[in-house]
Write a protein that binds this ligand. Structure first.
Ligand code: SF4
Length: 109
């Protein structure tokens, strides 16, 4: 979907202010939420890894966190709890964390 619209919203311009970045990222994430290939896009970005921009609805920092979480799950040998990502939803993340705590596992996505 990003390829049919304004792709600049997915990448930070030079010297972007925090408020501008927050608005731009929120807009990009709304596009990603509706994207039919969001999960594949995210997996691609994590596999390369893509260094910049929003991919699969996650920012660079969010993808780095996701990669760390997955590596952690791999080293513990426990299967990660995979939950659908609802972008920006703290409530869903809370459910996933609670489920992982009950099962003694970690949240992967
Ligand atoms: S999920 Fe990926 S392909 Fe889809 S709109 Fe977002 S960045 Fe573009």
């Amino acid at each position: 979907m990003c390829q049919s619209g304004d792709a600049t919203v997915f990448f930070a311009p030079d010297s972007e202010r925090i408020r501008e970045r927050e608005k731009r990222e929120a807009l990009a994430k709304r596009v990603c939420e509706e994207c039919p290939v969001r999960q594949q896009c995210l997996e691609h970005a994590l596999a390369l890894p893509e260094q910049f921009g929003i991919w699969g609805g996650l920012t660079e920092m969010e993808r780095a966190e996701e990669a760390r979480r997955r590596r952690g799950a791999a080293t513990t040998g426990r299967a990660p709890v995979v939950v659908p990502i609802r972008i920006g939803s703290q409530r869903d993340r809370g459910f996933a964390d609670a489920q992982a705590a009950r099962e003694g596992t970690e949240v992967a996505a």
